[in-house]
Write a protein that binds this ligand. Structure first.
Ligand code: SF4
Length: 385
């Protein structure tokens, strides 16, 4: 069977953690910018926008598999029906089966959320996205929420009126990796966007009634801009009041442009404590916002620091202070245990088996140089991304 004849659809690799159970519909591939110095995600791929026709074909296959799953498994679990399904599955290619199971899993999780891939889907003409949204909602009526990623620079060029049309056609939430609100940091990482564009994008999206989820990277400005990274991000967030502010502590990957800056000495890695201090400064300085700060990634040192900035500010700051009040040695013990994936909160240290404590102590004792320690933590974190 040739690829064209198969009943499959495209599935891209990237989605936010909050979309883990979402159906993934690929309307573009790659990123239009591809030049952020910390990101190698789509580096080898050229940006591609798929035609509306081919996206509709993908949606048709999804709708067909959704019908099949519902008929055979969700509404009638009798053995006859199951046998018929097995027969049908046996005739499918491996790729078709994967597509079917993806739909089945999606329905088992409620069949409500869809994420439009890839890195900058709103770079395509609004009319095309509108057509896709309408078709998608028509063919899969169980959908309750549709979200997508967008680059702030691209998003700043979309008008409130266009966002309103997108909202009406069924786009509910936009995720955007702002990373920083500092123009110096944005320049340093070659983000290709200004804080002013971030604010324009954010305000337009919010005005149209679309939910906005922005991402902040503590540590991405290196030691030089650590404080500025936090304070300027607080300024941008305060100007927008996004629905969600997601924390992604910076990890510098070998092979990225920022790694080369680190090697030539022009970029200095932030310590775990400096990144946490940025989060503290950020929480302290966000003004007049109902934003929910979310820490939905293992990469963050204190994953339990989350909540609504206006209501839970003190609770979040207390958790951070609790950590900073620990002796330095215990802080390092927590860092290495956390980066080894065996603790979540500092209180878990009391449960660490003796042999682990001994092993970690030996590592702490052997690394006296702070820069070397920061390098080790960065390397350990790199395993998670
Ligand atoms: S905009 Fe996003 S996907 Fe594109 S290069 Fe930057 S970080 Fe990577």
């Amino acid at each position: 069977m040739t690829e064209e004849m198969q009943k499959t659809y495209r599935i891209g690799p990237i989605r936010p953690p909050s979309e883990a159970n979402s159906l993934l519909l690929q309307i573009t591939e790659g990123c239009t910018w591809n030049r952020c110095k910390f990101c190698s995600l789509y580096r080898r791929r050229k940006f591609k926008a798929f035609s509306v026709e081919s996206i509709k074909k993908d949606i048709d296959v999804m709708a067909e598999y959704a019908k099949l799953a519902q008929e055979h498994l969700l509404q009638d679990g009798s053995w006859n029906k199951r046998a018929a399904l097995v027969q049908r599955l046996e005739k499918m290619t491996h790729a078709e089966q994967e597509c079917y199971y993806f739909i089945y899993r999606w329905l088992a999780h409620g069949g409500e959320n869809v994420f439009l891939q890839d890195g900058n889907s709103l770079a395509v003409k609004t009319e095309r996205v509108l057509e896709v949204l309408r078709y998608l909602r028509e063919k899969l009526p169980s959908i309750r929420r549709i979200t997508t990623y967008g680059r702030a620079e691209t998003l700043s060029k979309i008008s409130v009126e266009q966002y309103k049309q997108l909202k009406e056609a069924g786009l509910d939430r936009i995720h955007s990796g702002f990373e920083s609100g500092s123009d110096n940091v944005l320049k340093l990482i070659n983000k290709g966007v200004t804080s002013e564009q971030e604010i324009t994008a954010g305000r337009n999206i919010k005005e149209a009634g679309i939910e906005l989820s922005v991402y902040f990277m503590p540590g991405i400005g290196g030691k030089k801009y650590s404080r500025e990274n936090a304070l300027e991000t607080a300024r941008v967030v305060s100007a927008i009041n996004p629905d969600f502010l997601r924390i992604r502590s910076a990890v510098i990957h070998k092979g990225s442009d920022l790694w080369n800056d680190f090697l030539d000495g022009s970029f200095q890695l932030c310590s775990e404590n400096e990144k946490l201090m940025e989060i503290k400064l950020l929480i302290e300085n966000i003004k007049d916002c109902t934003t929910v700060l979310v820490s939905d990634h293992i990469i963050n040192l204190l994953q339990n620091v989350q909540g609504r900035v206006d209501l839970d500010r003190q609770k979040m700051l207390s958790l951070i202070d609790e950590y900073f009040n620990m002796p330095e040695y215990k802080q390092k013990m927590f860092q290495i245990a956390r980066r080894s994936g065996i603790v979540t909160a500092p209180s878990d240290l009391n449960l660490l088996p003796r042999d682990w404590v001994e092993r970690f102590s030996a590592t702490i004792e052997s690394i006296k140089d702070e820069a070397e320690w920061d390098y080790k933590m960065n390397s350990m974190m790199a395993h998670y991304i």
